[in-house]
Design a protein around this ligand. Structure first.
Ligand SMILES: NC(=O)c1ccc[n+]([C@@H]2O[C@H](COP(=O)([O-])OP(=O)(O)OC[C@H]3O[C@@H](n4cnc5c(N)ncnc54)[C@H](O)[C@@H]3O)[C@@H](O)[C@H]2O)c1
Length: 256
């Protein structure tokens, strides 16, 4: 039997750079995946062919949509939530607009509070011992210039996860986080290949010296969903190639 056979997983951010490899792995491991994203269904055409995948297009930043989503899944209630959808706006803090800050906090933190609150209340009603995996980042505790509101949203997610873990452990509900490093998708992948300055700065920050493959994030998420992690709750699984180790600059290490 596959490790995730029988599980019904609600996965947000499904059409993103990390979302697709995560979906592919969860399906391969036998799970049923209910994918959610703001993106057009065309972005997940390949996944829609899978008999254990279905898709809801919605904007999670609108609280009303989360209630609608709960209605949609209330017949076949998911036993797990992977809250992957998130955005980053880059730029020095003083130059970020208040609407950019609001967008980041709204999706990365407020929507996650609303989503977890709604699914937990469904689980409590149906006596389901649910499992939540939040997706934070190594920057939830290490400053990386230019993404301060994002880092603050991820640090808030740590508090949210630990609060849920403590509050609902007695109901058999678990919540953990995964904190990836710098993943080889989207902007980071482009900058790594096209901007030598970025590559130099990022490779100095990653002791293992390479970007993280999204499949390596997917493996961590699958572990937190599987029975091997059944004694974990409130944990933050850091898989970052050593990015959060100090000192950041290997030249300093060479001076030892
Ligand atoms: N890429 C990295 O280096 C990295 C590192 C650490 C953590 N993370 C985290 O991993 C997660 C996924 O990142 P990614 O690199 O795949 O990003 P991505 O931009 O490729 O994917 C994010 C997905 O979220 C969706 N989304 C955006 N706004 C939404 C909304 N309002 N409602 C519903 N869906 C919405 C997007 O359409 C997209 O499919 C994020 O939470 C991110 O913070 C990424």
């Amino acid at each position: 039997m596959q490790p995730l056979e029988g599980k019904v997983i609600l996965l947000t951010g499904v059409s993103g750079g990390i979302g697709k490899p995560v979906t592919n792995l969860l399906l391969k491991l036998g799970a049923q995946v209910i994918g959610v994203d703001i993106a057009n269904p065309d972005s997940v055409t390949d996944l829609l062919e899978h008999p254990k995948f279905n898709y809801h297009q919605l904007d999670l930043a609108q609280a009303g949509n989360i209630e609608e989503l709960m209605d949609l899944v209330s017949k076949d209630v998911p036993d797990s939530l992977v809250a992957l959808a998130g955005i980053v706006v880059s730029g020095e803090l003083a130059r970020q607009s208040s609407s950019d800050v609001e967008r980041v906090i709204n999706l990365n933190l407020t929507s996650q509070i609303n989503l977890s609150k709604s699914i937990i209340s469904l689980w409590l009603k149906k006596n389901i011992e649910g499992n939540i995996v939040f997706v934070s980042s190594w920057v939830d505790h290490v400053p990386w210039p230019g993404i301060t509101p994002y880092a603050a949203s991820k640090a808030g997610l740590v508090a949210l996860c630990r609060g849920i873990a403590r509050e609902y452990a007695r109901n058999g509900i678990r919540a953990n986080l995964i904190s990836p490093g710098i993943v080889d998708v989207g902007m980071a992948a482009k900058q790594w290949r096209e901007e030598p300055d970025y590559k130099a700065r990022a490779s100095r920050a990653i002791p293992l010296g390479r970007l993280q493959q999204p499949e390596e994030v997917a493996e961590g998420i699958a572990f937190l969903l599987a029975s091997q992690s059944q004694y974990m709750t409130g944990s933050n699984l850091l898989i970052d190639g050593g990015a959060s180790l100090y000192p950041l600059d290997p030249e300093e290490v060479d001076k030892r």
